[in-house]
Write a protein that binds this ligand. Structure first.
Ligand code: IPE
Ligand code: IPE
Ligand code: MG
Length: 255
């Protein structure tokens, strides 16, 4: 399948890196009188739709929260269906990602997954590692606090080995050890499902992200809903601590 770059959003005002907390599958299913896992299965179509749309629009990085480090606390059966679904979707979709020049990676602690799933993940990462049209990061068994703790652990190891001077530890250095550091800064964080919280997702990376919350439940979040979210981003004024006048002046200078 070829994806062309036809869109009606100006390129400059498009977020380069978008993350999504894909929430509301269970409620979607309950509303339809179905079991919760039917919502997870339906949600796969929204993943497909958003990946395709992001690629088409020219988004450089898409990061999706699929399973949090806290989601292990859910009923065993639900966790098990989610793992099977992950395996199934990865098997089915990896070729399509590759054909569309998309690099796939998993962020999160892989060790808690089955050997089989870990292998699937590594194989998909290997196959797609040189692709450069877009990076699709799936956050699974991921937690923002885990990410930061892991980074500090690595830095401490380097400091102990004498490779890092403790006085050189600052936010720029720490940032290099945090997941997604090699990608453009996170511009936008979307959460579907009507809750207004971050649920231990990209705590560090979201420092200056634009937040977008929608009541739409994840299985209903398709191309159109995603485009509406991206359009809302183009209306935001990102000030990064400066005044609105300063930002406008800088923009005029650039144009
Ligand atoms: C998000 O949907 C998917 C995962 C957390 C795996 P939920 O399963 O949290 O759906 P709700 O929030 O219960 O509706
Ligand atoms: C966040 O959703 C995790 C994912 C979407 C994968 P949850 O539904 O688990 O979040 P909380 O627990 O309601 O905050
Ligand atoms: Mg939820």
């Amino acid at each position: 399948m070829t994806i062309s770059n036809n869109n009606n959003i100006e390129h400059a005002s498009l977020p380069q890196h978008v993350a999504i907390i894909m929430d509301g599958n269970g409620r979607w299913a309950q509303q339809q009188g179905k079991v919760r896992v039917a919502g997870h299965k339906a949600g796969v179509e929204s993943v497909r739709a958003c990946v395709t749309k992001a690629r088409k629009m020219g988004v450089k990085a898409l990061t999706l929260f699929a399973f949090s480090s806290e989601n292990w606390m859910r009923p065993k059966d639900e966790v098990s269906v989610l793992m099977d679904l992950f395996m199934f979707v990865l098997t089915r979709e990896v070729k399509r990602l590759h054909n569309n020049n998309i690099r796939f990676q998993l962020i999160g602690d892989k060790r808690r997954f089955s050997e089989k799933l870990q292998k699937k993940i590594v194989d998909a990462e290997q196959l797609t590692k040189n692709n450069d049209a877009m990076v699709l990061s799936i956050a699974a068994n991921y937690g923002g606090r885990w990410d930061i703790a892991k980074a500090t652990q690595k830095i401490a190891q380097h400091a102990l080995a004498g490779d890092i001077d403790v006085n050189d530890i600052d936010e720029h250095l720490l940032n290099q050890y945090i997941n997604l550091a090699d990608l453009p800064e996170l511009d936008m964080l979307i959460r579907t499902g009507g809750d207004y919280r971050i649920s231990n997702f990209l705590l560090w990376q979201a420092a200056y992200a634009e937040f977008y919350f929608t009541e739409t439940l994840w299985p209903d979040f398709k191309e159109q809903a995603f485009e509406t979210a991206l359009l809302s981003y183009s209306d935001r004024e990102r000030r990064f601590g400066k005044t609105g006048d300063q930002v406008k002046a800088e923009k005029t200078e650039k144009d």
